[in-house]
Design a protein around this ligand. Structure first.
Ligand code: SAH
Length: 482
């Protein structure tokens, strides 16, 4: 190990910064966050430092350090400081500063000059009071940056609040649970409990006494259900929140439309229950799905109900939540990118366009009642885009009715099969040829049908090449943190 990571308490501690330019500003801002008392010496003081100095504890000294026996460049002066940061752009000066610090055993960091550092600062993921630092000892800064981005994305935003809550519980927990093993059990269940989840979701949490009493009485706190939209297929279109839910789930009930790459991202020891809902396929009855959701949550599990696209767009998400509400089970909803939005983007079709369409209709070809209940005259109106979900089986009827109600038979139509995935296929045609195109190319489900002038733009704006997709790298990074 080349460097030992330590956390230093710099509250009200004197820190000396040489240099007063842009780099120095960055360092000073960080040091101020840690509560340090800063002395900044430079010849040209940047406006930012002067501004910072108006409100915070910075002493600014304007001085030309290049003279050989400068009073600030001697051991007696420098030894008053806990740390030194050297951020000048003058090599000879940096070397002199470094030498004085070394001779006087003062810790110095010369920015971007590893050879003149006896300490280095890591990359920081700040969920105060929880601080995660990442360092490669200067060997691979770009790798460090990637890891930092990964952790930033992956770690819930309110982790700091959770750490604060734990801190506020510490004294009482120690008093109530006298043995170490009891305390360990408490903390392990606390961090996976619904109390922790309340805090991470930004909901108000129970008071400390109630939490401790609940653990003492050994009552399993009820679990909760997250209704999560998985997006249209490409796993990188998952939201950060969806990924977090998948990685902490105990049980996941998922639809047939959810792509295998997304299933791969689920926590490895979670129970997976395929419920296979999709139009025209055998599926688990809705009542059974509702019952499973309720049962698992009552057992204290973190349950994810994972649906393709967005759970509230032709997904019966509303019906499932009504059951949970009746049973007083906590739930949250994580929206996903719905097929109309995702597939049209990956086919190069803008759903609205100032020249062609001022509104968009999301329509299903598979509804409780017959599609003849549709308001055909308003569907057939010009200057709008219709995105048809589950429309393959009714395509002939759809084009016939639209044409009958005044839509031009020449209206452009796009068929997007398996949109956003590596199997994506896009066909453009016209309304009168819709069914024939489906038959000719054996277009199958899931397919989104886009009807309207904008559909023709797929020929001009297509950009997504399924053959060149390499999902392995980002997915590898994501799953490693699971
Ligand atoms: N809740 C989902 C829709 C469920 S209905 C959402 O918001 O996207 C299922 C229909 O959605 C499919 O029959 C198809 O019309 C459409 N669909 C979903 N994913 C798709 C995909 N990757 N490519 C094309 N169409 C898709």
């Amino acid at each position: 190990m080349n460097y030992l990571p330590i956390n230093i308490d710099l509250k009200n501690q004197p820190v000396l910064v040489f240099g007063a330019g842009e780099v120095a500003v960055r360092k000073i801002k960080l040091l101020l966050k840690a509560g340090a008392k800063i002395t900044c010496i430079g010849l040209k003081i940047s406006g930012d430092i002067i501004e910072l100095g108006k409100h915070q504890s910075i002493q600014i000294k304007v001085s030309d350090l290049s003279q050989s026996k400068h009073p600030y460049l001697n051991g007696a002066y420098i030894s008053q400081f806990r740390l030194v940061v050297s951020a000048t752009d003058n090599h000879a000066l940096s070397e002199r500063i470094y030498q004085v610090c070394q001779q006087n055993h003062v810790l110095i960091n010369t920015v971007d000059d590893k050879a003149r550092c006896n300490y280095i600062t890591p990359a920081i993921i700040d969920r105060d009071p929880l601080i995660i630092s990442v360092s490669s000892g200067g060997a691979a800064p770009v790798l460090v940056k990637r890891i930092k981005t990964m952790l930033e994305t992956d770690l819930p935003h309110r982790l700091g609040q959770l750490a604060q809550k734990a801190d506020s519980l510490r004294a009482s927990v120690k008093k109530v649970f006298t043995q170490f093993s009891q305390r360990k059990r408490f903390w392990e269940s606390f961090f996976s409990s619904s109390h922790a989840s309340d805090i991470l979701q930004g909901r108000s949490s129970e008071d400390n006494d109630t939490i401790i009493k609940q653990f003492q009485s050994n009552k399993t706190p009820q679990g909760e259900v997250a209704l999560v939209g998985a997006g249209p297929g490409d796993p990188e279109l998952l939201t950060v929140k969806a990924l977090q839910c998948l990685q902490k789930a105990d049980v996941v009930l998922y639809d047939r439309l959810v792509s295998p790459e997304i299933i791969e991202l689920i926590r490895k020891d979670a129970t997976l229950i395929p419920v296979g809902k999709s139009a025209g396929h055998h599926s688990v009855p809705q009542e059974q799905i509702n019952q499973w959701l309720v049962d698992h949550a009552k057992q204290g599990k973190q349950v994810v109900r994972l649906k393709g696209g967005d759970p509230f767009v032709f997904g019966r998400g509303g019906e499932e939540l009504q059951t949970l509400k009746q049973h007083q089970i906590k739930f949250q909803i994580v929206p996903g990118i719905t097929a109309a939005v995702g597939c049209s983007a990956y086919a190069g079709i803008p759903l609205t366009h100032r020249d062609f369409a001022q509104n968009v209709l999301f329509v299903t070809g598979h509804c409780k009642d017959s599609i003849d209940t549709y308001d055909w005259p308003s569907l057939a109106r010009e200057q709008q885009t219709i995105a048809v979900y589950m429309g393959l089986m009714k395509s002939a009827h759809l084009s016939e009715q639209l044409i009958k109600h005044g839509k031009s038979p020449e209206t452009p139509v796009a068929l997007i099969e398996n949109g956003t995935s590596v199997q994506q296929r896009v066909f453009t045609t016209i309304l009168s040829d819709l069914s024939q195109t489906i038959d000719q190319h054996k277009v199958s489900s899931p397919t989104l049908i886009v009807i309207g002038e904008v559909a023709a733009l797929a020929n001009e704006l297509a950009w997504f090449d399924p053959n060149s997709v390499n999902h392995s790298q980002p997915l590898e990074l994501l799953t490693k943190t699971a």
